[in-house]
Ligand binder design. Structure first.
Ligand SMILES: C[S@@+](CC[C@H](N)C(=O)[O-])C[C@H]1O[C@@H](n2cnc3c(N)ncnc32)[C@H](O)[C@@H]1O
Length: 245
């Protein structure tokens, strides 16, 4: 999204729509769009407090206090806690347990630093972006209802499939919801008039599901830290329903 917004003059989009089922990430972007000053004021307080603790175990205690508050309340400040947790948590990953609670452990960082200018810049960039917190099926229905589905380009970044069928898919899901890739690919395949691309890790399963319906493009190797217990180095793919030249 940020890359696209930075090169917006190269495109001719009337509307830019971002959707994710994760309420926390969408709430964060909504607050960044509508009240960046609130984020900066509060994140700077948290940053100062964290950095002033003179040992790692106090920082760790503080991290878990914030994680607990984040998980137990629904408040505006949660978007600020989200930013803190992504910075101070292990490897900057987002993961929830089966009860939908954020459960990434402490990242053991001595210091953390938030860049005000960067937050302000991104806030300005997203002023015209529409953010939604829907299931992808609900989003597609909405786009259909508004009669813009056929005129859209859709970039999808769904949960990753494991490279190896023996790996439990749970840690790759981010949230408590299981993601059915076959159903997702079938629904995409029905969007005959819409151009779309899907990011995916190269695997037997992704080849089987997406490769049988769409064009496949290799985008190089990436290191992924989705699961705090495992770092993946994998080939990043794009599956598309049109030929990319
Ligand atoms: C690979 S992550 C992509 C995250 C984001 N694009 C990024 O670059 O940080 C997969 C995302 O799919 C979202 N997701 C899972 N199931 C979904 C669904 N049924 N509808 C919409 N989004 C879903 C998850 O919440 C998660 O954020």
């Amino acid at each position: 999204m940020i890359n696209l917004l930075n090169n917006i003059e190269c495109f001719n989009y009337k509307r830019i729509i971002v959707n994710d089922l994760n309420e926390n990430i969408i709430n964060f972007y909504l607050l960044l769009k509508n009240d960046v000053e609130f984020i900066i004021k509060n994140i700077k307080k948290i940053e100062k407090k964290y950095n002033n603790y003179d040992n790692l175990s106090k920082k760790e205690e503080y991290y878990y206090q914030i994680r607990e508050k984040f998980n137990c309340q629904k408040a505006k400040i949660n978007a600020v806690y989200f930013l803190f947790l992504m910075k101070a948590g292990f490897n900057g990953v987002y993961r929830e347990n089966l009860n939908g609670k954020f459960n990434v452990p402490f990242g053991k960082k001595k210091y953390i630093c938030f860049d005000n200018d960067c937050l302000i810049e991104i806030s300005k960039l997203i002023q015209n972006v529409e953010f939604y917190n829907l299931k992808y099926t609900e989003l597609f229905d909405k786009l259909k209802e508004e009669k813009i589905l056929n005129n859209s380009y859709i970039y999808c970044d769904p949960p990753y499939l494991p490279e190896d069928d023996n790996i439990d898919q749970r840690p790759l899901l981010y949230t408590k919801y299981f993601f059915n890739h076959q159903k997702f690919a079938n629904i995409l395949n029905e969007l005959k008039e819409t151009k779309f691309s899907v990011s995916m890790i190269d695997s037997k399963k992704s080849d089987y599901i997406y490769g049988s319906m769409f064009y496949k493009y290799e985008m190089g190797k990436l290191i992924r830290t989705i699961n705090p217990k495992k770092v993946f180095k994998s080939t990043e793919l794009i599956f598309s329903n049109y030929e990319i030249k």
